[in-house]
Design a protein around this ligand. Structure first.
Ligand SMILES: [Zn+2]
Length: 118
């Protein structure tokens, strides 16, 4: 193997490793922003399943994270529009509970790619 080949391989490794790490990071970077009265009150990691209860002066909402999907499973709002919305998972999708001024929005670090797909 020539010396110039080794240098090329070394350069390729140096360039590819950060790109690979970046791809892994953006893949696991999916999250949901929880907003109350326009303020972000919590950020949920979609790779961790769980249920979360949020309460403000208008009422409460219980949010479930499961298999990278998010939904509102319980709330004391009239109409239950937020519960009827069901699961969301796409970037920028949101569940809004108007009576509670409550909102859950899917967010991601790889936003540009999803916009192209949409
Ligand atoms: Zn609601």
């Amino acid at each position: 193997m020539k010396k110039s080949d080794l240098i090329l391989i070394a350069i390729a490794v140096i360039i590819l490793i950060p790109i690979a790490l970046l791809l892994v990071n953006t893949k696991s970077g999916d999250k949901a922003l929880v907003k109350s009265d326009g303020q972000t009150i919590d950020v949920l990691d979609l790779s961790v399943d769980g249920t979360y209860r949020y309460e403000n002066k208008y009422g409460f909402n219980i949010v479930e994270v499961r298999d990278k999907n998010v939904r509102v499973i319980e709330a004391d709002c009239p109409g239950h529009d937020c519960i009827n919305k069901g699961f969301i998972k796409r970037n920028n999708e949101s569940v809004i509970c108007l009576p509670h001024h409550f909102e859950v929005i899917i967010s991601s670090d790889k936003e540009e790619y999803d916009v192209v797909v949409q």
